[in-house]
Design a protein around this ligand. Sequence first.
Ligand code: ASP
Length: 460
Amino acid sequence: MADIFKGYKGGALAALKKYKIRVWSEAHVSTSRGEFKGIILPRSENDDANHIVLKLATGYNVGIAIDSIEDMKEHGYKEAHYKIPEKEFPTSPDRPNIKLLGTGGTIASRLDYRTGAVIPAFSPGELYGAVPELADICNLSTDKLFAVFSENMGPKQYITLAKAIEKEIKNGIDGIVIGHGTDTMHHTAAALSFMVQNPPVPIVMVGSQRSSDRPSSDAALNLIHATYTAAESEIAEVMVCMFGPTSDEYGLLHRGTRVRKMHSSYRSTFRTIGDIPLAMVERGKITHLHSTFARRRNDRNVKIIAKFEERVALLYYYPNMHPDIIDSMVDNGYKGIVIAGTGLGHMNKPVYPAIERATKAGVAIYMTVQTLWGFVHMFVYETGRDMVAKGVIPAENMLPEVAYIKLGWALGQTNDLEKVRELMLTPVSHEITDGEPYNGYLVYQGGIPEVEEFLKKFHK
Ligand code: ASP
């Protein structure tokens, strides 16, 4: 009997028993906060004993406090099985060979009813079972390197990934797809852009904002677009492939050093910053937006520089920042600091002495802008000039996260601050550009017809 209330205990168990509601039943719950209809999920290990968890038709899970429950009725019962059917991936000598390297994230996830959370699951057979279209595009093989949400990615994982990419390229692969959580995909994309230089094939990072158990999931389409790009694209660079507009019309290919996650929940969250995206991708079609890109080649001459100094920090400036923040970084042995300053690259006067102490102690300090778009200009105002005099180096139009990753990569190779400066200010993969295009700032940031159409539906 206890099994039908799987995991529930305390007040929640008593409530389910009282109203004779089983786990997996479809229930109508009347509460002091309104009516809810959905499926009673097994209770998460980490939930307290005073809530029941309901999966709504929208795909969202809600916790309902038992003391708000006025009535519950069971309407149906269907135990869910979340195992994805595995099928052997069909191969053909006519199709390109693509490797999918899995790191985790929502793209590789299904719901885990033990914890109630989304957990990674990944195998080629599962992928083919879930997205059979992949077999029309390529011969896919997979390697699960990690199964983590992307906040857990870091230098060790970047290095493992770079070496795995090298191995695949040397083995003759036609393209690489990397499944990754979206939250820090732009950090990893930057790390790979620096660590994997001159790749002969496309390296396409992909993720999904919504897990595949939700009707609005972007997982399958993103994967199809990314796999098609890896198989057919002429662009041999590190790229991110995700939804372009809010609808599922096309994906965009963003350069690994110019991309950023810009919305916590939109599927169209990734935007190219300081430039325009490389290309649009639809099923079976890639439309180039950018004319300059590194082309696919047949050779295998990739250069791997898989190095990273972990004592590097990214400091987001805010008014009233106190100098002790910088002092404590120096005291704790940090070798490099990237500052995201205000406007053209500014900080308040009270931190200047700390900046000077840091640079004199041999800490490399680079300035970027919080505005994301545009260049650091430290010679316009007195503030900027003062900071340059104290040893701060303007990082041109490198995005703050990209500069942070690049500084870790540069300091991983040398402690000679002149060489670090040279590495930092010599573009490897468009992380510094000559200028930002006049048509970059507003295009794809809203103001395009499909975004307007979409917004009109909600804001009448
Ligand atoms: N938190 C997840 C991650 O970055 C979100 C996602 O995959 O989209 O791993």
